[in-house]
Design a protein around this ligand. Structure first.
Ligand code: AHR
Length: 325
């Protein structure tokens, strides 16, 4: 074969390869590997906003096309969103139920459509749970236990004989409200020093945390030794009210919070919160992995809990990494 003939063949081959590359449908390579419908509760807290952002980021990282709907704290909006996901024939549905009950009909529709459902963050009670595949979220009961264990250690270290506790709870009938309260109550039950003087609902909102604290201070004043608040948002609403009433949070009253967002950690370092139990919103990676497994027909673990820590004034707080929410 002479040299010019060889070069001609090579150039034809290279052009053919390039053309084959160019003729690939650009849309085909962008096609998502999985279509996931996710109904988020709302944007009530830094935790929730961080959770949404994490799910969006992990969907993008794993080539998942995400249909995200924000329900603005309303169960009926979540039910409508799930119905839209079914009509759209998504591969997998995920949702964080704002309350535990009232899902039987819509989840039966998802089951009849053959679409697997993942619970994210919050759980269901009753028979509707059997219509879902798994739960990816925190162990809220254990968070309540950890909060109470801290309070018992603190009472020991201060030599307190009585501890009057005001509890500001999250949304009624939500899993974190029920389970954090149960874990806390079960743990203080055998400690005679501990009395919950009132449990009041703050709905996980900063404004409601402030309102609840005002009303608690009006009724009990300096009769409050400790505040157990079910999330950072409500704690951050309550602290300025305690100060306005002339008390020093973290000293005159022991303040315990849950979530571990950056703002609460900063306030913990200032000494106005005594203990923050971590509840991580970073559930996105596990959600994507689980959705892929379900799409390919694999079985998945029924409950997936992330590891969580306690940050408290009994520790060296200097090394806490940026929280990211
Ligand atoms: O379900 C998790 C809880 O919901 C978080 O503690 C709270 O901040 C959020 O709004």
């Amino acid at each position: 074969m002479n040299k010019s003939f060889f070069l001609k063949i090579m150039s034809i081959l290279i052009t053919a390869i390039m053309l084959a590359g160019c003729s690939k449908d650009p849309e085909a390579s962008k096609e998502p590997k999985l279509l996931l419908g996710f109904s988020q509760i709302g944007s009530e807290s830094a935790w929730r906003i961080g959770n949404t952002a994490d799910i969006q980021k992990e969907a993008e990282n794993s080539g998942v096309s995400l249909m995200l709907e924000n329900a603005n704290q309303k169960q009926e909006n979540q039910i409508d969103a799930i119905r839209r996901f079914i009509a759209y024939k998504v591969d997998v549905i995920a949702f964080s139920p704002v309350v535990e009950e009232g899902w039987d009909n819509v989840l039966t529709e998802a089951k009849n459509a053959g679409i697997p459902v993942i619970l994210v963050d919050r759980d269901l009670s009753g028979s509707a749970k059997e219509l879902t595949t798994c739960l990816i979220g925190a162990d809220f009961y254990n968070e309540g236990v950890m909060a109470a264990e801290y309070l018992i250690r603190k009472a020991d270290s201060l030599g307190l004989e009585h501890v009057n506790i005001a509890e500001i709870t999250g949304t009624e009938n939500s899993t974190p409200m029920r389970q954090r309260q149960a874990g806390f109550m079960d743990t203080i039950a055998n400690d005679e020093r501990m009395t919950v003087i009132e449990s009041i609902t703050g709905d996980f909102l900063k404004s409601r945390g402030a309102e609840c604290m005002r009303s608690l201070l009006d009724r009990y004043g300096d009769g409050i030794d400790a505040v157990f608040s079910h999330n950072d948002e409500m704690t951050l609403g309550a602290i300025p009210e305690i100060e306005k009433a002339g008390f020093v949070p973290g000293k005159d009253m022991i303040i315990i919070s849950i979530d571990g967002g950056q703002e609460a950690i900063d306030v913990l370092k200032e000494g106005k919160i005594n203990c923050v139990v971590e509840c991580t919103p970073k559930l996105g990676k596990k959600l994507m992995e689980t959705a892929f497994k379900l799409k390919s027909g694999e079985t998945v673990d029924e409950v997936i809990h992330p590891d969580e820590k306690v940050f408290a004034d009994e520790q060296d707080l200097t090394g806490i990494e940026a929280r990211g929410y």
